[in-house]
Design a protein around this ligand. Structure first.
Ligand code: URA
Length: 306
């Protein structure tokens, strides 16, 4: 690649030396090269000798902008130089209507309820796909269903769910305004033989998360929210990063990238404490509230008057 470019640059220098100055390709500063579009053929500027090194850059840019205008260039001698595929025309995509989103979510929920891709499928009482507004701007995503959720097939309806409802209300929203789901769709149990035992909850393991993540990814893609709040370390690490601690992930928005789906519009994700952790450590509530206020500021929400 480098040899090819050097050869082209040498050809160009030879070519330029035969031209009048006012016919030359314009030169630009490094900053301008980064911020301005490639020069148009009609642009002209004189070429001081000390700027000759810049020619390589300008020539590459000009050639990339209009490869067809370089008849003498042999792609075989310049490996990689012309290998960039022409940019495909952007696909025209119309956003899904609320009904189309609901249909997509129903389809995903049916698949989840039939899913037997990991051992949790055998021991669950009910799968818990998630629920809420198919057109939500904001999603809350937890780690996995617990005892109450397993019994009813609905997310966040136990004690942690009641605190989540309060957090949502403090933001000036109702539960029906948002979409609530989990990374894992079935109840991870310490003792899978006893789904009726209380306190039998555990976090989903790496394999369970890996097998299940296509469902939450498809749900996010269908809903196309602007914001996701990841509740707790398990959900935050699964969606933002495999390695960083919740403490390192909190306090700022991240751009969400999914493994299996290309998001059509950017989704910002914020990590905060899981409501179950806030029940155990109420002194973390003020930090969680600061996190939620960041989302409120972005969404233009005001705390309701008491
Ligand atoms: N904890 C979660 O992470 N999700 C639920 O649905 C309930 C408790």
């Amino acid at each position: 690649m480098k040899d090819g470019v050097r050869a082209l640059a040498a050809d160009l220098k030879a070519f330029l030396s035969t031209r009048e100055e006012d016919e030359l390709i314009p030169l630009r500063s490094a900053a301008e090269q980064n911020s301005l579009p490639a020069p148009q053929p009609s642009e002209t500027v004189a070429t001081p000798a000390e700027n000759q090194d810049h020619l390589t850059v300008e020539f590459v840019r000009a050639a990339q902008a209009a490869p067809a205008a370089q008849p003498d260039t042999n792609p075989a001698q310049t490996p990689g130089f012309f290998e960039e595929p022409a940019a495909a025309a952007a696909p025209v995509s119309t956003p899904m209507t609320a009904q189309e989103k609901q249909n997509a979510l129903n389809q995903i929920a049916q698949e989840i309820k039939a899913c037997q891709r990991c051992p949790l499928g055998k021991t669950r009482l009910n799968a818990v796909p998630g629920e809420g507004n198919p057109n939500a701007t904001l999603m809350f995503i937890g780690e996995g269903p617990g005892f109450d959720e397993d019994h009813k097939g609905r997310p966040f309806i136990g004690r942690a769910g009641q605190l989540l409802d309060k957090m949502i209300a403090a933001m000036g929203l109702k539960r029906e305004d948002v979409f609530i789901a989990n990374i894992a769709k079935c109840h991870p149990m310490v003792n899978p033989a006893d789904p009726e035992a209380h306190g039998n909850d555990r976090a989903p393991n790496t394999e369970e998360i890996a097998v299940c993540r296509k469902y939450i990814e498809r749900q996010i893609a269908a809903i196309s929210p602007k914001y996701v709040v990841a509740l707790g370390g398990v959900a935050s690490k699964a969606l933002i990063s495999d390695t960083k601690s919740l403490g390192a992930l909190r306090g700022k928005f991240h751009l969400l990238h999914l493994d299996s789906v290309d998001l059509k519009t950017p989704v910002k994700i914020l990590a905060t404490y899981h409501p179950a952790a806030l029940l155990r450590n109420p002194n973390w509530k003020k930090d969680a509230w600061a996190d939620l206020q960041m989302v409120m500021a972005e969404m233009g929400l005001k705390r309701p008057q008491a």
